[in-house]
Write a protein that binds this ligand. Structure first.
Ligand code: AHG
Ligand code: MN
Ligand code: MN
Length: 338
């Protein structure tokens, strides 16, 4: 990873304001939106760090639309984000991994944005102290401002139309990364003062580490291309690193280089990860850092969503690594048709 190590003390708010000043038609909306998300992140970080003490570990007893058991912290994070975004008046609707349908926000008709998020990614790691996170996407709405948002039309947008995306990771420190299409910027929460402080601006993935992240426990359900791909990496001496939280595996690969894969499989051809609030927002970040992301054939950011919770196979990381798997899959599909 290469980046500019800042020679000044800057909070996320100051950093965005500075960049908004360079844009004459900036409205300050984005500052307010990212501030709201950062505020929710501070609250979630606080809750995550005291989960074991405050009896907020464990299950709610509900199952979500993903057919996954909902953890108490999934819902707490979901609520924190909605409570932080609603008062901005900038968001007409929210799409969440934990909400079956889009959530229209009160007085949201004048909101110019929709926000989609995975409020807590890596839930299975909550009670074992491994890093977890929040992943978010921000789109400009497509329906006219002033109308109650026809939220699905506003939400089912391809990642290439993202206004911004980012993630927060609650690990050994709490960090926030975002992009608006002009580079990736990374901030670290200083819990003493409750501010996200700029730690790296304009992160670039230099492709470095020979690392792959994939859950080989599922490899019996993989197709032969994925099996061939992983054995090639092993022959080339790659190390395997898999935390089981997408946001943590992604963050490591963004900083150090490497490739993350959650392939489709015989049981679930589209794999497990969700396009709108896991794959696309991280693909936008990765491309801005010089890497890339594919479903094995298509650029993730070019996929036109048809459902709010649709899943996609995901290969994301250094551009050369993603290129390799695309070529291998294309080659197999042509030879297979011969
Ligand atoms: P979530 O906790 O939001 O449901 O996401 C979990 C995802 C992702 O974070 C991770 O990469 C993947 O599930 C791990 O799945 P496996 O346990 O099948 O490897
Ligand atoms: Mn997730
Ligand atoms: Mn989640």
């Amino acid at each position: 990873m290469t980046s500019q190590t800042p020679d000044r003390l800057s909070t996320v708010t100051q950093f965005i304001l500075e960049r908004e000043r360079d844009r004459p038609n900036a409205t300050g909306d984005f500052t307010a939106l990212l501030n709201a998300i950062a505020l929710a992140g501070k609250r979630i970080s606080h809750d995550v760090n005291r989960a074991g003490i405050a009896d907020i570990i464990g299950l709610t007893g509900e199952t979500n639309i993903q057919d996954e058991q909902v953890q108490k912290l999934d819902m707490i994070a979901n609520t924190q984000l909605e409570r932080a975004l609603a008062p901005t008046g900038l968001v007409c609707a929210i799409g969440s991994e934990e909400e079956d349908e889009p959530v229209q926000l009160e007085n949201g008709e004048n909101g110019r944005y929709v926000v989609l998020y995975d409020p807590l990614d890596g839930s299975s790691n909550i009670d074992v102290g491994a890093p977890i996170g929040t992943i978010f996407s921000i789109y400009k709405r497509k329906t006219p401002v002033g109308s109650t948002s026809n939220s699905l039309e506003d939400m089912l947008q391809p990642g290439r139309d993202l206004a911004a995306s980012g993630y927060m990771i609650y690990g050994s420190s709490t960090m926030l990364a975002y992009t608006t299409g002009e580079g990736v910027h990374l901030f670290t929460l200083d819990p003493e003062i409750g501010e996200f402080i700029l730690t790296n601006s304009d992160l670039k993935d230099d492709g470095g580490a020979k690392v792959y992240s994939a859950n080989e426990g599922h490899s019996l359900t993989w197709d032969k291309v994925d099996l061939e791909w992983v054995s090639q990496l092993k022959e080339e001496g790659y190390s395997s690193r898999y935390i089981g939280s997408l946001v943590a595996d992604f963050h490591r690969n963004l900083l150090r280089g490497g490739i993350f894969a959650y392939p489709g499989n015989s049981a679930a051809p589209n794999g497990k990860l969700r396009l709108l609030y896991e794959a696309a927002p991280l693909a936008f970040i990765m491309e801005q850092a010089g890497g890339s992301a594919t479903d094995g054939k298509r650029r993730i950011l070019d996929i036109q969503p048809t459902e709010l919770h649709q899943r996609t196979p995901l290969y994301i990381g250094s551009a050369s690594e993603v290129e390799r798997i695309i070529k291998m899959r294309a080659h197999t599909s042509t030879t297979a048709t011969r």
